[in-house]
Design a protein around this ligand. Structure first.
Ligand code: SAH
Length: 214
């Protein structure tokens, strides 16, 4: 089956699993996941599962990404902070929906290959920082102090203050929290200065590592 048809089937599968945000579904229809997986896994690109990428990391499961993007209630004008660029696939999905994506990755080689893939797919509204995402977006272009939406694609042992500090008023952050193996997806909203946390189900992500360099 052609990749395009496989992509349509994946979107159908996401719909059946309860994803109803048309902006999110549309993004999945547009982004070629096969361009973000390792060449030897291209035939599996549209199976609803995570796949290995370089540096012992994984490209997230499509349904898990869709759930997080739907819970974020993304608006076209949003600027989104993404922690864990990884393959760049989720950055591309975000870039289809919102006006600006600021993406942080701690492993330089992964960031560089994601940047290459995203450039060759023509994305111009994604900015990159190589460093530890616990501290969010700093010493990077464009200068941003806070974001209306933040998405973390790796599991934190606790909610990083560096990230909640960058969550704008009325902003929403999606972050898996917990130890290795199984974690709980946390949805955090900033309302009149306070942080309101809701739990949105179990999930399994690679750990958000601490880096000394930044
Ligand atoms: N959404 C990405 C997920 C990649 S997996 C995709 O679909 O491809 C999570 C990524 O988070 C990995 O690339 C890992 O290197 C990165 N990561 C782990 N700890 C980090 C940290 N402290 N700061 C930034 N990125 C981190």
């Amino acid at each position: 089956m052609r990749f395009e048809d496989q992509r349509k089937n994946l979107v159908l599968e996401l719909r059946q699993a309860g994803i109803s945000d048309e902006r999110v579904l549309n993004a999945f229809l547009k982004v070629p996941r096969e361009m973000f997986v390792l060449p030897q896994f291209r035939d599996y690109a549209y199976q609803n599962r995570p796949l290995p990428i370089n540096a012992q990391q994984t490209i997230s499961q499509p349904l898990m990404i869709a759930i997080m993007l739907q819970l974020l209630e993304l608006q076209p004008g949003d600027s989104v902070l993404e922690i864990g660029t990884g393959s760049g696939y989720q950055s591309a999905l975000l870039a289809e929906i919102v006006s600006e994506v600021c993406s942080v990755e701690v492993i330089e080689s992964l960031s560089l290959s994601a940047q290459k893939a995203l450039r060759s797919e023509g994305y111009k509204n994604i900015y990159f920082r190589i460093g530890d995402g616990h501290s969010g977006w700093q010493k990077a272009y464009p200068v941003r102090k806070e974001f209306p939406r933040i998405i973390v694609s790796a599991a934190a042992d606790s909610i990083p203050k560096g990230l909640t500090d960058q969550l704008a008023e009325k902003g929403i952050m999606a972050i898996p929290v917990g130890g290795s193996g199984l974690q709980e997806l946390h949805i955090i909203r900033r309302q009149q200065g306070n942080l309101e946390i809701t739990l949105a189900g179990g999930c399994s992500f690679v750990p958000l590592v601490y880096s000394k360099t930044s």
